[in-house]
Write a protein of this length. Structure first.
Ligand code: AP5
Ligand code: MG
Length: 210
C-alpha cells in the first residue's frame, strides 16, 4: 500500500494516520513531524524550516522533496508507506510520482469553519508527539507516556488563517491531480474520529483485497 493522506490543517491526517499505520503495519511519514524533529534538535535544516512554519508558509519544495527522497530509501518503506502532509504542492506531487506509484490518496474533507476549533484546542505531547483535543482529554499530561502537553506554535489563530490560505492556494489542487490519476478517495472528516477511521479502513480493505 503506497498511500497519501490529503486534507487541510487540522483535518485529522495525523490522528488517522497513527491508527491506519498500526492496523496495516505501514511506516507513518509526516513531513511536519520530521521538520519539527529537526527544529527540536536545532539542526541547520530545522532552524531554516522554523521561519516558514511559524509564519504558516510552506517549506521550499526542494528541501521537503530531499527529505522524502532520503526517507524512501529506508528499508521499512519497501512494502508500502503512508504520507501525511506530503505532497503539498504540484511540484512535490510530480517529484513523488517520478519515484513511486501512489495507489491511493485519501482526502479527509473538513470545511474551514471546523478547523479553528480543532487547532485552537489541539494539544501535543512534548515527548512522544501524541495528539489530543481539550474537548475530549482532560489534564496536562500524555496518556501514553506521561509527557507534558503543549500547543504547537503554528496553532496560533493568525498562523492558522495563513495555513488555511496556503492550503487552498497550493495544496487543494492536488485533489484534482489524484482524481485525474483515478486514485482519489474522499471521506467526510467532520464525523467522529472513530467513524472516520472506520470509513478509511473500509475503503482500504475493499481496494486492497482486489
Ligand atoms: P503539518 O504538521 O503537516 O501540519 P498540517 O498539514 O497543517 O496539519 P496538522 O498536523 O495541523 O493537522 P492534521 O490534519 O494532522 O490534524 P490532527 O490529526 O493533528 O505541517 C506543519 C508545517 O510544516 C506546514 O505549515 C509547513 O510549514 C511545513 N510542512 C510540512 N509538510 C510540508 C510539505 N510537504 N511541504 C512544505 N512544507 C511542509 O487533528 C487536529 C485536531 O483535531 C487534534 O486536536 C485532534 O484531536 C482533533 N481531531 C482530529 N480528528 C477529529 C475528528 N474526526 N473530530 C473531532 N476532532 C478531531
Ligand atoms: Mg498533522
Amino acid at each position: 500500500m503506497n498511500l497519501v493522506f490529503l486534507g487541510p490543517p487540522g483535518a485529522g491526517k495525523g490522528t488517522q494516520a497513527v491508527g491506519v499505520c498500526e492496523k496495516y503495519n505501514l511506516p507513518h511519514i509526516s513531513t511536519g513531524d520530521i521538520l519539527r524533529g529537526e527544529i527540536k534538535q536545532q539542526t541547520k535544516l530545522g532552524l531554516e524550516a522554523k521561519k516558514y512554519m511559524d509564519a504558516g508558509q510552506l517549506v521550499p519544495d526542494e528541501v521537503v522533496i530531499g527529505i522524502v527522497a532520503s526517507r524512501l530509501t529506508q528499508p521499512d518503506c519497501q512494502n508500502g508507506f503512508l504520507f501525511d502532509g506530503f505532497p503539498r504542492t504540484l511540484p512535490q506531487a510530480e517529484a513523488l510520482a517520478e519515484k513511486v506509484e501512489i495507489q491511493m490518496a485519501v482526502n479527509i474533507d473538513v470545511p474551514d469553519e471546523n478547523i479553528i476549533n480543532r487547532l485552537s484546542g489541539r494539544r501535543v505531547c512534548k515527548s512522544c508527539g501524541a495528539t489530543y483535543h481539550v474537548d475530549n482529554h482532560k489534564g496536562q499530561t500524555c496518556d501514553s507516556c506521561g509527557g507534558e502537553l503543549i500547543q504547537r506554535t503554528d496553532d496560533a489563530p493568525e498562523t492558522v488563517a495563513n495555513r488555511l490560505k496556503v492550503y487552498h492556494e497550493q495544496t487543494s489542487p492536488l485533489i484534482d491531480f489524484y482524481q485525474s490519476k483515478g486514485v482519489l478517495k474522499s471521506v467526510d472528516g467532520t464525523r467522529s474520529i472513530d467513524e472516520v477511521f472506520a470509513e478509511i479502513c473500509a475503503i482500504l480493505d475493499k481496494e486492497f483485497s482486489k
